[in-house]
Write a new protein. Sequence first.
Length: 94
Amino acid sequence: MLCEPNLIRIYFARKGASEGVNEVENVGRNDDKRKKRHLAIIDIIKENPNCTQSQMAELLGVSEKTIERDTAELQSSGIIKYEGEKKNGAWVLR
């Protein structure tokens, strides 16, 4: 499935060297957002297999490029597949 084991992150910062700590913390937050989007995309496909990436982007409030990246990840993971022609195809859950 999409869930990865929970990881514990420990951050050590030297006095005056806190730059970069927020960047590392944001990586974890971005992973959570991506996982939530992936689950939302799967739910959208369950409800409407003919939904376009453009429609998914509008529903989720993200860019089409983000949806393209997310659907590519889901396809490479073997979770979803797009079958048929570009305009007349449909998403299939594996």
